[in-house]
Design a protein around this ligand. Sequence first.
Ligand code: SF4
Length: 383
Amino acid sequence: MTANLLDFDLEGLAAWCERLGHKRFRAVQLFRWIHQKGVADFDAMSDLARDLRQRLAGLAQVRALPVLAEQVSGDGTIKWLFDVGDGNAVETVYIPEDDRGTLCVSSQAGCAVACRFCATGHQGFSRNLTTGEIIAQLWYAEHALRRRLGTHERVISNVVMMGMGEPLQNYAALVPALRVMLDDHGYGLSRRRVTVSTSGVVPMIDRLAQDCPVALAVSLHAPNDALRDELVPLNRKYPLAELLDACLRYLPAAPRDFITFEYCMLDGVNDTLAHAEQLLTLLRTHRGRGVPCKINLIPFNPFAASGLRRSRPEAVKAFADRLNGAGIVTTVRKTRGDDIDAACGQLAGDVLDRTRVRERLARRGTLRLAVERTRPAAQEAAA
Ligand code: SF4
């Protein structure tokens, strides 16, 4: 089978090129063509020697993910549904803002953590994505957006590993993908602008601190173990005290001096002022010194199988006011792309029945594109 060059970080690509008898600077050239210029066609890589280009054509590929659908919101948010084979699909979302462009990337098809409020969790776990499949989401989005906007400048400034899947349960594929994002010859993103969001895989938080410390977000969602055991079943394995200890160990390596805690607001479940008080006590008194943090309150995206409801806006405001008033910076996530806002994982869950996906998107009037195969970048640019 031909190698997928999206699977390699620069060190991996250098080692691969060396096995072909080529020096590291060739790997750097190749890496820049692929990630900085979005070129998949080796023939178009004009400063590579002809014999290398010919060998590459026989041995390797830049393997894009087929796009099953694209939804564009009135506010500029774009959601892509990528086919990863065997009836599985993953979602990737681009969120433009005045001062940044954020891409939310998936790490697994499905997820084994099974959080109660998450549509992806309700589908169960299919498989880990490869490094190439994680990077293909960024590769496609960055270069498709540049072509659309008619720019050679970088469009995506931030990546959050917050799409489908628990990234720290796919650690071996995640770390090389993070390195490609950070590499100056790749996407050149700063560590502060790449965030791994985890439901709390404690040993892997420690490894990430050693291997590739980027910004860390933790999906907390509950202020005590009894409730968190129900909402985030991984809590039974790594309870809150262990998770917060891991956060404290992570901070010295982290590019920011705080951890972001995500908290999905669920009506009557975790959104009362009593919960806010418990959360304050937990985060301020842990190990006698507390955990430096910010809190991001997330409005729940309802879906039928969850049996849960979105918190009332007054409850969210009161909760945020209590935390802010006590000195913990707390924001409420803006709802973006409301008109395309199927809960994360819902579209992908319907992929086994593609008619359903297309009917749903067509009904919403947001389907812009539904193709079976992604065209290589050079082909799309020429189109
Ligand atoms: S919230 Fe994240 S960790 Fe929990 S089930 Fe969904 S994708 Fe998995």
